[in-house]
Design a binder for this molecule. Structure first.
Ligand code: ZN
Length: 334
């Protein structure tokens, strides 16, 4: 039995037909985890869909109304890049419910995995790039509404920039100054003392890290608290070096009560929508690095899966299953 819960539903499947997004990956991951005895049936918990009120913590009433009534414009549907259907709306409400549940379980158990979610291209008023609803932001805002959370950090390791996350949680100011020790890392932050001074009680603060390929979707990348703009072909060692620096820099500036790790499988060298060169082993070391850093500082972690478009869908499944194995290894250790 795992020392944490896996939040999952067969209904995470996205009804989008033949598509570069392998909607069947969730069911394949569920099956593989059990077949390979990585997890037992009792490790899985089933989420309820988010309520409309919870979705509205992040998204605009106008956008939610269009989704519920099936009245997106042609342009809005094109931006979403997946065919609209009422079934798709249901699946996204469910994945947001999954991230709410996983966030709560992470606070209880120290770590939880949503075997889905990570839809980081969703904006308050529209969807983009296969992402309709920003499940991670819904989870954060829901916990904040309950008074359980005031400071969250997102660590987005999908190959694509976390533009929706940055739009929902913009950094307080943007200096655009590279950190002295890291030419490719852009920090948007003022000095720590300036941040502490105006952090009023109760207000939600979210520190966002986006590790992404510079030369990839989306064209416009709104600033995160820390952006790591990776060059094409970045390999395991280079990637892990940048990630280590970004995490150290972030945790010097900000003490989160919850770390939301967006563990995209698409920095993989065989990915059809990515241009980095990480190996499957390198991606597992990436997971271990994020999780070890969080564990060593007693920061609860909520994991979501985001993208993964490997030529062989089995590779995407392996990368996502390895994230669970990494969590088991890091969190079982005394
Ligand atoms: Zn991606």
């Amino acid at each position: 039995m795992l020392p944490f819960k896996l939040v999952y539903s067969d209904d995470y499947y996205l009804p989008i037909g033949a598509h570069v997004f392998p909607a069947e990956k969730y069911r394949m991951i569920r099956r593989r985890l059990q077949e390979e005895h990585i997890a037992e049936p009792s490790d899985f918990v089933t989420p309820d869909p988010a309520s409309d009120d919870e979705i509205l913590l992040v998204h605009t009433p106008e956008y939610v109304r269009k989704l519920k009534t099936g009245t997106l414009s042609e342009f809005e549907e094109m931006q979403l890049e997946v065919p609209f259907s009422p079934g798709l709306v249901k699946a996204f409400w469910l994945s947001a419910g999954g991230s709410i549940l996983a966030s709560n379980l992470a606070l209880r158990d120290g770590i939880a995995v949503n075997v889905g979610g990570g839809f980081h291209h969703a904006f308050p008023d529209h969807g983009e790039g296969f992402c309709m609803i920003h499940d991670v932001a819904v989870g954060i805002k829901r916990l904040h509404r309950e008074g359980k959370l005031r400071r969250a950090m997102t660590v987005d390791c999908d190959v694509h920039d976390g533009n929706g996350t940055a739009a929902i949680f913009p950094p307080k100011s943007h200096t655009g100054q590279p950190l002295p020790s890291a030419g490719g890392v852009q920090s948007s932050l003022r000095p720590v003392h300036a941040q502490l001074r105006d952090s009023s009680a109760g207000e939600l603060e979210v520190f966002t890290i986006s590790m992404h390929q510079a030369n990839n979707y989306p064209v416009y990348k709104p600033p995160s608290s820390i952006d790591v703009n990776l060059p094409d072909g970045t390999d395991d060692e280079q990637y892990l070096g940048w990630l280590d620096q970004a995490l150290s820099s972030a945790l010097r500036q900000f003490e989160p009560q919850l770390l939301c790790y967006i563990a995209g499988a698409d920095p993989y060298r065989e990915d059809q929508l990515g241009g980095l060169a990480l190996t499957i082993g390198g991606l597992k070391r990436r997971d271990e690095l994020v999780l070890r850093v969080a564990r060593s500082r007693n920061i609860p972690v909520m994991i979501t899966y985001a993208g993964g478009y490997a030529r062989r869908v089995e590779d995407t499944v392996t990368i996502h299953c390895n994230t669970v194995i990494a969590a088991k290894e890091v969190f079982e250790r005394q």
